[in-house]
Ligand binder design. Structure first.
Ligand SMILES: *[C@@H]1O[C@H](CO)[C@@H](O)[C@H](O)[C@H]1NC(C)=O
Ligand SMILES: *[C@@H]1O[C@H](CO)[C@@H](O)[C@H](O)[C@H]1NC(C)=O
Ligand SMILES: *[C@@H]1O[C@H](CO)[C@@H](O)[C@H](O)[C@H]1NC(C)=O
Ligand SMILES: *[C@@H]1O[C@H](CO)[C@@H](O)[C@H](O)[C@H]1NC(C)=O
Ligand SMILES: *[C@@H]1O[C@H](CO)[C@@H](O)[C@H](O)[C@H]1NC(C)=O
Ligand SMILES: *[C@@H]1O[C@H](CO)[C@@H](O)[C@H](O)[C@H]1NC(C)=O
Ligand SMILES: *[C@@H]1O[C@H](CO)[C@@H](O)[C@H](O)[C@H]1NC(C)=O
Ligand SMILES: *[C@@H]1O[C@H](CO)[C@@H](O)[C@H](O)[C@H]1NC(C)=O
Ligand SMILES: *[C@@H]1O[C@H](CO)[C@@H](O)[C@H](O)[C@H]1NC(C)=O
Length: 487
């Protein structure tokens, strides 16, 4: 892997406030100042080399303390054409369906794709809509007080083909409901605003799930398939029917400064799930939900193995939140296409089932390698660090009982946990490789009875770990491998 410095001198971010571009261009309060800034931005674009999309340095993840998602996303010029959804007849009364308006708007704005791009503004108001697709060279901008409301009518979320790396809908056989906001095969998309809200009104879907009348797999709130150069920032996502934000088969995706919320006991309302995607940077997000805050995935059993599309180069930084039944950061359980080069930095989790969890099983195949967790703080977590297996959750009878996952080179360091109920539980799989797990500087104040680590079929090294780890972890510094290191 080519190693390039993380921070680029020519940062791809412009100052916040100009990031979305269009609104200020449309009605500038101080035309001259704005014009000056725009002129400067255009000037600087011409005079500064466009930075190549760089891949982060995972070799020494602690080398730079000043990293940002710059380098993962190439900033687009302000869009040439700016429209409001009202121009297409939308009504923001919270009752009128605006599905046709959103779809017509995107069809129209698509025409500007090769003419400098276009931006669709959503003004203050409550804009009820069914599913609509995005287009390339496009910005969706939610002004302050703008709320996009997902339709409570399942027909407004049509059923589409399952993803090839899952072979079927995740919850039900066959197709799956499309996401509320959807994109496929897109380039250069920005979804941002002044903390506008996208509310999936998922209750109807959770009820269908709870009362077992769900016919097809639930839709996501936002899904981008096979797309690149995506920026999603400064928004609030509420009440997704299913996983909230799902980039799948994507590259160069930045998710920044987001609030994601769903009720703490809503089913499978994961926050952000990078899936078979590379160069993904998630930064400064607050998430509370009924499932993992962030879950890195790459396909399910034989379908994920066949597609072999890994998730790699994923940075998860300064994410905080709570999930009473799941984990702060989860890897898996669908990881059959492989997961590598994951950096989790400054994660803060409280009142949760786990802080970091690697979920695999027999039949998954694939691998989880080069994972670094550096800087993890937790309060009142049941199992702070967990490797788990045996969920017996397979797409169909065609899964391969000989397909073992490989878990290798997992570094977990600088961890402190208060009011933790149990010591870590690390359960590998008999006959599978779970090795080179390195623990450094881990301090857990365990309140429950189970202050002893529980380890099976796993091996590694540990330095400066309290309570004392299990015997499977060597702790003689003289034989430590260089990447783990001793004190
Ligand atoms: C780190 O970032 C801050 C704020 O962007 C900047 O002021 C500072 O100079 C940077 N430090 C280094 C060492 O690059
Ligand atoms: C998007 O804009 C770029 C130029 O910035 C252009 O090369 C490309 O063709 C556009 N894509 C579409 C789908 O119009
Ligand atoms: C949106 O995209 C999906 C997948 O590409 C497609 O199946 C669906 O028909 C599109 N919907 C609209 C309204 O264009
Ligand atoms: C984060 O988003 C909020 C609105 O949600 C905005 O006011 C703030 O400027 C954003 N911060 C950055 C660093 O972009
Ligand atoms: C954005 O809105 C959400 C929900 O209304 C709120 O919880 C959050 O604090 C807001 N963020 C900012 C930066 O104002
Ligand atoms: C299940 O939930 C849906 C959505 O709320 C509702 O329409 C339906 O009547 C419920 N079915 C049963 C059997 O409770
Ligand atoms: C993991 O990191 C090592 C050392 O940098 C590298 O040789 C290896 O290719 C990486 N593995 C993957 C799957 O990226
Ligand atoms: C150990 O981790 C804590 C955070 O939990 C950090 O503040 C401290 O600097 C680390 N110590 C060393 C020697 O790295
Ligand atoms: C390190 O410890 C392991 C087991 O804990 C032992 O097998 C090995 O011989 C030790 N190596 C050295 C150099 O002491």
């Amino acid at each position: 892997m080519a190693v390039t410095p993380w921070t680029s001198k020519t940062s791809t971010y412009v100052p916040s406030g100009f990031d979305p571009g269009g609104r200020s261009l449309r009605a500038p309060p101080f035309p001259l100042i704005i014009l000056g800034v725009v002129a400067f931005l255009l000037w600087s674009r011409l005079h500064m080399p466009r930075p190549a999309l760089s891949v982060a340095a995972f070799e020494d993840p602690l080398a730079a303390s000043n990293r940002s998602c710059a380098g993962f996303y190439r900033l687009e010029r302000p869009r040439k054409a700016v429209f409001s959804v009202k121009d297409f007849g939308a009504v923001g009364d919270g009752r009128t369906s605006n599905t046709a308006a959103f779809r017509a708007a995107v069809r129209r704005l698509e025409e500007f794709g090769d003419k400098g791009g276009a931006q669709l503004n959503v003004p203050r108001g409550r804009w009820l809509t069914g599913s609509f697709n995005l287009t390339s060279n496009f910005t969706l901008f939610l002004e302050e007080g703008a709320v996009i409301l997902g339709s409570p009518d399942p027909e407004e979320w049509p059923v589409i083909e399952p993803l090839p790396s899952y072979g079927r809908g995740r919850e039900r056989l066959g197709g799956r409901h499309i996401s509320l906001i959807h994109g496929e095969g897109l380039k250069n998309v920005v979804i941002t605003g002044q903390n506008g809200t996208i509310d999936g009104q998922g209750k109807m879907w959770w009820d269908l799930w709870w009362n077992r009348t769900l016919e097809h797999t639930r839709g996501h709130l936002l899904e981008l398939v096979n797309s690149e150069n995506i920026l999603i920032s400064s928004l609030t996502f509420l009440n997704s029917p299913f996983w909230t934000i799902h980039p799948v088969y994507c590259s160069n995706v930045v998710l920044k400064n987001l609030t994601v919320k769903a009720p703490l006991h809503s089913p499978n309302t994961d926050g952000i799930d990078p899936d078979s995607s590379s160069n993904v940077c998630i930064e400064d997000c607050y998430i509370e939900s009924g499932d993992d805050l962030v879950a890195v995935k790459s396909g399910w059993d034989q379908y994920g193995i066949a597609m072999a599309r890994p998730s790699s180069n994923v940075v998860i930084r300064r994410v905080s939140g709570t999930t009473p039944t799941c984990s702060g950061v989860g890897i898996g359980s669908e990881m059959s296409g492989g997961v590598s080069n994951i950096l989790v930095e400054d994660l803060h989790v409280w009142d949760s089932a786990a802080a970091v969890r690697v979920k695999t099983d027999v039949g998954r195949g694939g691998y989880v390698t080069n994972v670094t967790v550096a800087g993890l703080r937790m309060e009142r977590v049941k199992i702070p660090i967990r490797f788990s297996r045996g969920s017996n959750d397979h797409p169909d009878e065609g899964w391969d009982p000989k397909a073992f996952p490989v878990v290798k080179r997992v570094l977990i360091r600088d961890v402190v946990g208060f009011g933790v109920e149990n010591a870590p539980v690390l359960e590998g799989i008999e006959g599978a490789v779970f090795e080179d797990v390195c623990l450094r500087n881990v301090t857990l104040f365990v309140t429950g009875k189970e202050a002893k680590w529980h380890c099976e079929f796993v091996a590694g090294e540990a330095y400066g770990v309290s309570p004392m780890p299990c015997d499977q972890f060597r702790s003689n510094a003289s034989s430590s491998s260089s990447w783990c290191g001793g004190f």
